[in-house]
Ligand binder design. Sequence first.
Ligand SMILES: [Zn+2]
Length: 294
Amino acid sequence: MWRLFVLLVLALANPALSETTAATLFAAQKEPSAQRPSAIGTYAKGCAAGNVELPQDGPTWQAMRLSRHRNFGQPVTIDFLKDLSAFAVTQGWAGLYIGDIGNPRGGPMNSGHASHQMGLDVDIWQLPANRLDLSADEREELSSIPVRSSDQRSVTENWTPVHQAIMRQAALDPRVDRIFVAAAVKIEMCKTATAADTEWLQKIRPEGGHDTHFHVRLKCPRGSNMCQTQTPSVSELSKGGNGCDETLAWWVSDAYLNPKPPKNPPPPKPRKKKSTELLMSDLPPQCMGVLQSD
Ligand SMILES: [Zn+2]
């Protein structure tokens, strides 16, 4: 049944659509689809119906890199950002600088991200938002700041208790599934969190990069029946731990940072398609409807 639907969609579609990359097709759509909000597929192979725009300027945020036109997400994501940025104000910042969420209709992007396809992922800058009157040009030119050292083993002097308070607040939010940060950031938070208050650290996941921003991933919202929630990616988390253990220490070990080449290298795995190479036929069939909707 599913295969039949795919074939039907492909046959009905303009033949050119089956060769152009999905990233190119989604980038060409400048407005969200006029559909009921729904996150469709997976974080790295999906799209988003009924996205809404995060206003470029808000009372407690500014959207950055406006030229990318990626300040669109599911309503739940936009609500979350309004709430978290208001919290940042209570901690002494003027608000938050919001990086990429996704395309107006989600889908793969021509640069920068493997995920961010369902309108449920957002990058938030580690640069404290001290002013909210940045011009469009300033938002192109200004860069965020690294909170992790270049040897990847520790946080820098840019890291503050306010950063930690904001990420803790995000992790405590029931809408949030996980938050990706540089491992050194999680290690620091594990050290400084109060003993009775570490459960939220379960949602903080070490990931390569993520030294100048943290990446918040929301759960599939209610009503998004075609959205697939991710299963835990860190082994100990399935046992209910907070991840402050040797698995975390591995991220700053020589075994990870300076690995010796193995004596008997395993045969290379077949190369996975990059997100920039995905075609419409790689996405759930409903994404064609999102792309072509008014
Ligand atoms: Zn991201």
